[in-house]
Write a protein of this length. Sequence first.
Length: 161
Amino acid sequence: MPSFDIVSQVNSMEIENAVNTAKKELANRFDFKGSNAEIVLEKNEIKLSAGDQFQMKQLVEIVIGKITKRSIGLKSVEQCPPDISPLGHARQVIKVRQGIETEVAKQITGFIRDGKFKVTTQIQERQVRVTGKSRDELQTVMAAVRAEDFPVALQFQNFRD
């Protein structure tokens, strides 16, 4: 039976490239000369630290700008609130979302079920598998899911006949 998977994945090399270009810009910017601002990538988190809150805002703008230039959707990135110490130092974490959370997967399966499509859905780990009898039905499901606005960036993989 034909099937496909709905996933939410971000290419880790693209994130790494975005962070590296942001580090280069940080090193070349005049307003950051002599400051202790830094950008660190650890697995699925980008850790930012700056001397004060104003520099933190600029640092976040640099990183988010580089991420969007790399064609990574902002739905795949979660900005945590900045942590400002009493001395004025600021830290912030930007999390990169990988996979579909169970709550969002239930939203997706509910949407497909409410659409009265002739397909079945299964939540498997951090993805949703959609199975149907015809390719045309699966393609209409894909189009409907693309048109709907979900809280994560979605991709379609493993389309099988």
